[in-house]
Design a binder for this molecule. Structure first.
Ligand code: NAD
Ligand code: ZN
Length: 255
């Protein structure tokens, strides 16, 4: 089958889909000015995340970890959703209007909140949110202050203890409720889209395989080959916005 024929088939899959699941990674936010994790120009080049972004390092050096995290928070607070995030919302609208009881679940590894800002209705954040902190004594999460009101570390507003960023660090477990909801979305999906992730971080990278196992189809959008490519039904070798526009088939009406 030619590429054009497979693309036509992919549009048919989406047109007939009742349940769509989407896994996104840092690649979809790159056009918003947020560097990816592993790209050569990635902002993570100055630290070794596997040792820096850990509970152990945070306990030993909370001010250093907060400084790194708050720099990321400032960058993200200044960023806007891009045409890739918006194209995904257009696709969601199309799927929902074609089938009133359709589900469309965006499961993201990103911590930037840009899918919600763009208007995606159902977003599951596997790795937490850069916009929040958590007090482990009070067991509450709370929003960070505006960037111009930040100190060097963030204290719990209730008990005054140093809080921690509400994100998942290396070797930490994912929130079981979030992972459970994501698992169900990928298991029941007729069509799964995998956009802008190198698919190297688990358990996130396993989710699209659940769709394949249950008989659904998986479409990847990524300029590079990934570990998931071989198990995908179609891979679009391009950026997020371009790939979604191809799938939408609305070239004259792209978001
Ligand atoms: P990654 O950096 O490992 O992979 C990014 C992928 O995006 C690559 O495969 C790359 O080829 C692809 N890509 C580059 N430009 C693209 C574009 N325009 N359109 C589509 N794809 C493009 O990122 P990851 O797989 O998300 O894993 C990294 C981890 O780091 C995640 O756990 C995430 O929590 C975290 N992270 C989050 C952010 C964010 O919130 N924006 C940014 C960096 C890292
Ligand atoms: Zn507290």
């Amino acid at each position: 089958m030619t590429y054009a024929e497979r693309l036509t088939l992919a549009r048919t899959w989406l047109r007939d889909a009742r349940h769509v699941a989407v896994l996104t990674g840092a690649g979809i936010s790159k056009a918003s000015g947020i560097p990816t994790f592993r790209d050569a120009d990635g902002a993570w080049q100055h630290i070794d995340p596997h040792t820096f972004l850990t509970v152990r390092n945070f306990q030993a050096h909370p001010a250093d970890v907060w400084a790194w995290h708050l720099a990321k928070y400032r960058l993200i607070r200044a960023a806007d959703p891009n045409s890739g995030h918006r194209a995904l919302v257009t696709l969601e609208t199309q799927v929902r209007s074609a089938c009133p009881d359709a589900t469309f679940t965006v499961v993201t590894q990103n911590i930037d909140g840009l899918h919600q800002a763009a208007g995606s209705a159902h977003v599951l954040e596997l790795h937490g949110s850069v916009h929040e902190a958590r007090c482990e004594r009070c067991e509450v999460a709370f929003a960070l202050p505006d960037p111009d009101e930040l100190g060097t570390v963030i204290h719990c507003p209730a008990c005054g203890r140093i809080s921690r960023p509400q994100v998942v660090w290396f070797s930490e477990l994912l929130d079981p409720e979030v992972l459970g909801a994501a698992t169900r979305a990928f298991e029941r999906a007729d069509v799964t889209l995998v956009i802008g992730t190198s698919a190297l971080v688990y358990p996130a990278a396993n989710l699209p395989r659940l769709t394949s196992r249950e008989g659904g189809v998986v479409i990847e959008i990524n300029p590079d080959v990934t570990d998931l490519t071989a198990s995908c039904d179609l891979s679009l070798r391009c950026g997020a916005h371009e790939g979604l526009t191809l799938l939408l088939g609305l070239l004259g009406n792209a978001p």
